[in-house]
Write a protein that binds this ligand. Sequence first.
Ligand SMILES: Nc1ncnc2c1ncn2[C@@H]1O[C@H](COP(=O)(O)OP(=O)(O)OP(=O)(O)O)[C@@H](O)[C@H]1O
Ligand SMILES: [Mg+2]
Length: 219
Amino acid sequence: MKMIVEIENLTKTYTQGHEQILVLEDINLCLRPGEFISVVGPSGSGKSTLLNLIGLLDNVYSGSIKLFSRSVSSLDEEEKAKMRLENIGFVFQFDSLLEEFTVIENIEMPARILGKPDANFSKALLEKFGLLEIADKFPMDISGGEKQRAAVLRALRNGPSLLIADEPTGNLDRYNSKIVLEDLKKASFRGTSVIMVTHNEEAAKYAERIYHLSDGKLK
Ligand SMILES: Nc1ncnc2c1ncn2[C@@H]1O[C@H](COP(=O)(O)OP(=O)(O)OP(=O)(O)O)[C@@H](O)[C@H]1O
Ligand SMILES: [Mg+2]
């Protein structure tokens, strides 16, 4: 089976002045097609560090990271940018919709950047997730939960094989968290592999498999 993410013996240290901070130590992880996994760990345990490495936003590490069966160390910057745009979707804790564009325009944005705009596709995506009502609204006129749901759809717009979510419900109440987590689950049922990091055990339970990260170790 072709793996979406395959990490072997990953170690990451940050250098601060003369000090070396060991954040990830000898980590192994795999993510299969259509699988939804979560990584739980306290603040500062290295969750975002791990996602930055998987999301090709950081290339200083030791060990092996493979995305879609390709070693990321073999990719040049152009190939990485292409992979990010076409194959990886990102959702963060704080909503990142562009305020001057409507919801559907925000969702279309990755497709426009790719040079493949199709507003009908975005509309269909909104419909599939029951969000058609907010299509033409501006971010300031929708709720925090709706913003985050729109951000998930934007991340899914180019049909990525991998969705990376960094504490996607960190800013939401329980009710809205549940809806966003259900959306992520739905995305995985539709074939997109999802890796979510969170410090919330309850949110983590939406995943099929849960990893725990602490003291640099992933278990
Ligand atoms: N650029 C950097 N330079 C030096 N140290 C860093 C850097 N980025 C993060 N760190 C340190 O690495 C550790 C892990 O940080 P990281 O942001 O990955 O944690 P986290 O689990 O995402 O935390 P949170 O739940 O608060 O978002 C922390 O001790 C942090 O201070
Ligand atoms: Mg973080």
